[in-house]
Ligand binder design. Structure first.
Ligand code: MRU
Length: 353
């Protein structure tokens, strides 16, 4: 794709994103300058997908720090923390948001002996590094993921864990893009992903425009496609992985995992190590975001599809039990049961890299 999901325009002090709520009909690039604009863009899913939210938050907090008009370190730190907490409150489930903001905060707290101007420069370097790492990490996840499938395989994916959810390649789509470059010719099935249709609007759009053989299906068709024998593997992304391997991802992922297990199709979670949260013991400890009823009762808040006053339950994510997962593909290798042990090995590899 010819545009970037998230970019920094340092000269104009703007966080530049493609407004994903307008896709695929309209490619609209928007420039965010205030904390409120950044918060709204994350909450309203103009920028979404765990890694992309992390990169947007890193550039965002850098731009907000740049605006803090003081040479006094304590005043700077207090104001920085206020802005950080505010951005962090935009969405609760994707750990990458708080992970990126904590990384940025560490730059401020580790460099208290430097001038505020120097700290602002270091914040820019760190935000650039977070984005560059995201690209490298996604590509490596793609290489590991590719070892799990063979040319011509059918792959099912849910939601959008693609280029639009990251800085490049995506996580769950990285093996698909790399395979395409190498002539694997996968047949991809993209779940539409109700209620906000990330699969229909974003995944099928980005794969189709890249020449990948993609078939869009409604969420309730996934089991049929598996029963037909058309799916050899499921690749999905994730928003937070608990220490025991339980994985939060877009609502509907656990139903896909249950169907995949029933039909003996392996389901792989593609997870940058930044999404593995060793401080969260199990899926029961993950905060699942609940979103407005209108996302369910009205198509994109426009045309009403349900009766006025009907009760709605609209969790944005669900947790897939680790026992259903065949492997968690990270940039440092593929984690398998028992996950806690496997994650510790992966983090040790990362430490020694
Ligand atoms: O609500 P969204 O669109 O931000 O949900 C996104 C997902 O669930 C993705 O699968 C996840 O963030 C991984 S993106 C690589």
């Amino acid at each position: 794709m010819e545009y970037e999901t998230v970019e920094l325009d340092d000269k104009d002090d703007a966080l530049v994103i493609i407004d994903q709520t307008k896709l695929p009909g309209k490619t609209e690039i928007i420039r965010l300058k205030t904390a409120q604009e950044m918060w709204d863009a994350i909450y309203l899913l103009k920028v979404r997908g765990a890694p992309a939210i992390g990169v947007a938050a890193a550039f965002g907090i850098y731009l907000l720090a740049k605006q803090i008009d003081t040479a006094d370190y304590s005043t700077f730190l207090a104001e920085f923390r206020k802005q950080k907490e505010y951005l962090d409150s935009s969405r609760p489930t994707a750990v990458n948001l708080s992970w990126a903001l904590k990384r940025m905060e560490k730059i401020v707290t580790d460099n208290g002996d430097k001038s505020v101007e120097e700290i602002k420069r270091l914040l820019k370097t760190e935000a650039d590094a977070i984005k560059a790492e995201d690209i490298r990490v996604c590509k490596t996840i793609g290489e590991f993921g590719l070892t799990l499938v063979k040319p011509g395989d059918g792959i099912l994916t849910h939601c959008n864990a693609g280029q639009l959810a990251t800085s490049k390649y995506g996580t769950a789509t990285a093996p698909i893009y790399l395979g395409e470059e190498r002539g694997y010719h996968f047949r991809v099935f993209a779940d539409e992903t109700r209620p906000l249709l990330q699969g229909a609007r974003l995944t099928s759009y980005e794969l189709h425009s890249s020449g990948v053989d993609v078939t869009l299906i409604c969420d309730n068709m996934a089991a049929t496609v598996m029963k037909n024998g058309w799916v050899d593997a499921v690749f999905v992304g994730c928003d937070r992985v608990a220490r025991n391997g339980d994985t939060a991802n877009k609502i509907g992922t656990s139903s896909v995992a249950i169907a995949a297990n029933y039909y003996n199709v392996p389901i792989y979670i593609c997870a940058p190590t930044s999404t593995i949260d060793m401080n969260t013991a199990t899926g029961a400890d993950i905060h699942i975001e609940e979103r407005p009823a209108e996302e369910v009762t009205q198509m994109w808040y426009r045309e009403r599809m349900a009766p006025e006053g009907v009760k709605v339950y609209n969790p944005a994510f669900d947790v897939t039990d680790h026992s259903l997962i065949a492997g968690i593909v990270t940039e440092y290798g593929i984690a398998r049961e028992p996950y806690e042990e496997s994650f510790r090995e992966i983090f040790a590899r990362k430490e020694n890299a």
